[in-house]
Unconditional design. Structure first.
Length: 157
């Protein structure tokens, strides 16, 4: 974890805030190529009723269409929250490289439990349970309070 990683995570948290302000769940993600260029960024877009419109899933689709197998393998996905199982599977299927996340599924589950919010309809499995070979870094504690606050606002707690 270095200053560049933290800079990219900061953008992810900003995208998560944009998502929340647009009426979506607070998640944001970036795809960064091996040269350090941001190739794709997105935020959560589930408010329209399609629960699969996660930014990590959009990144996997975009990468499959626009990057070579080698480019995908050497790229990094940065995200405000650890991939759900659907997004982790998409990541693995298209062969994306390293994943760096600011907050974990375990942290989110703890916050939801504290606020007595029902859990998601799928199990919050760690990325490496879905993609055993994934190179994963996170959570990054310096973002925890800010991300917790975004989720608290989502649930009105």
């Amino acid at each position: 974890m270095n200053s560049t990683d933290r800079q990219h995570l900061r953008r992810c948290v900003d995208l998560a805030r944009e998502a929340l302000e647009a009426g979506d769940e607070p998640f944001g993600s970036l795809l960064v190529d091996p040269q350090g260029q941001v190739r794709f960024e997105d935020r959560n877009r589930v408010a329209g009723g399609d629960a699969t419109r996660h930014p990590e899933f959009a990144i996997a689709r975009w990468a499959a269409e626009h990057l070579s197998v080698e480019e995908r393998a050497h790229s990094t996905v940065y995200t405000s929250g650890e991939h759900c199982p659907m997004c982790a599977a998409a990541h693995g299927w298209v062969g994306l490289g390293r994943i760096v996340y600011a907050s974990s599924s375990e942290q989110l589950g703890g916050w939801l439990g504290e606020w007595q919010v029902a859990p998601a309809p799928i199990a919050p499995l760690p990325i490496q349970t879905i993609v055993p070979s994934a190179e994963v870094e996170g959570p990054v504690e310096e973002f925890a309070d800010e991300i917790r606050e975004l989720h608290r606002r989502l649930y009105g707690k």
